[in-house]
Design a protein around this ligand. Sequence first.
Ligand SMILES: Nc1ncnc2c1ncn2[C@@H]1O[C@H](COP(=O)(O)OP(=O)(O)OP(=O)(O)O)[C@@H](O)[C@H]1O
Ligand SMILES: [Mg+2]
Length: 246
Amino acid sequence: MAVIAIYSVKGGVGKTTLAANLAWCSVAQSDHATVLWDLDASGGAGFLLGASEHGAKQSTTLFDADRDPRRLVADTSVANLRILPADEGLRALDIKLSRIGNRSRISRIARDLGKDYTRVIIDCPPVQSELSNQIIRAADLVIVPLPPSPLSTRAFAQVSKQVQAASKRHPPMLPVLSMVDMRRNLHRKAVDEATNWPIIPFSSAAEQCAVRQQPVGQFARSSATAKGIDTLWNAIEAKLSAMEIG
Ligand SMILES: Nc1ncnc2c1ncn2[C@@H]1O[C@H](COP(=O)(O)OP(=O)(O)OP(=O)(O)O)[C@@H](O)[C@H]1O
Ligand SMILES: [Mg+2]
């Protein structure tokens, strides 16, 4: 089982769009039993995958008592892709986690999900907090989307520092250039400088995910965006294999 977190301290960088699309790749390309765990109170991941909001009100109860998270998992519009949905209560989760005082609550829940799923993909909120520290400790791999900008480079430095501080055996990070527009000088320069980083183009196909409530792979299979996401997914699976994580 592998836990993959899509995380940045910066908002609006494409985390949710990537999380939903990578979860689709996990099911459709790699045939993994996959659950997308939405830990952002705004619930964007569930919306992108056409998940019903019915039942999403209970997710935070997961942290109140020893509930089996697998009982809160719901269907999405994608066959075989499940979601552990967000609810508004997540906004107060940091206070709750501090009160509970257990620094590995997220890891425990992830381990329980691992009884049924081989890939747990976490959509993170753009905050640096006890919650994000716990997510980092639970993760085998942290994907950090970075639109080409000096502000993103700064955000990456912050995330790197946080990941290293979160635990002694911190997970590897995979930076991804997101929302890349090759018509722009700054973006071309960023692509030249970050030679090995996967690239997700800025595209209407990516934006359309929110309109169609579907992953790009389902409606624009041959687009550059779908190919960029496929390449990123393959890089993730290769990294997990190299780490000897099934
Ligand atoms: N590759 C892309 N090309 C064009 N638009 C994109 C791309 N990726 C995401 N978007 C759009 O950018 C906006 C922000 O994307 P998204 O919600 O995925 O970011 P986020 O990092 O999860 O934001 P937040 O921090 O608020 O949770 C959305 O309107 C989305 O449709
Ligand atoms: Mg988001």
